[in-house]
Unconditional design. Structure first.
Length: 128
């Protein structure tokens, strides 16, 4: 089975959801400063980059991400690239993706984390 990594790399200038904290990446230690290792300190909200929303995000008392079985996060998916100028993802947009050739992937041999995955990140790439 092919597995594709479609994650978006986290960086300090990446866009974040309005109202969420921005991304801050600081050097905690560095060889260049005489430290024994390079270590970064990361500070960002849970909705930064590629992520999974647990049911508890929207439903009081529902399961948190650590309580979800991994099996519910793996399966066939269609990966859709969202144009930068798009401000709302509607069912109509998703239905038109194949016809417009934006990006579509329906190979049942691909394991990714949701039935429809949207994003504007890097090209999907196989995991070795």
């Amino acid at each position: 089975m092919k597995i594709y990594d479609i994650t978006v790399p986290i960086h300090a200038t990446m866009p974040v959801y309005e109202g969420d904290p921005g991304v801050k990446i600081d050097a905690w230690s560095a060889f260049a400063k005489g430290d024994s290792s390079n270590v970064s300190m990361l500070n960002f909200g849970a909705h930064t980059g590629t992520h999974v929303d647990a049911p508890a995000h929207f439903i009081e008392g529902a399961r948190k991400i650590d309580a979800l079985p991994l099996e519910v996060l793996i399966g066939p998916a269609r990966v859709v690239r969202v144009p930068d100028e798009l401000t709302e993802i509607t069912p109509e947009f998703l239905e038109r993706c194949d016809r417009f050739g934006i990006v579509s992937h329906s190979d049942p041999g691909i394991a990714v984390v949701h039935e429809v995955i949207v994003g504007g990140g890097p090209q999907e790439r196989p995991v070795e």
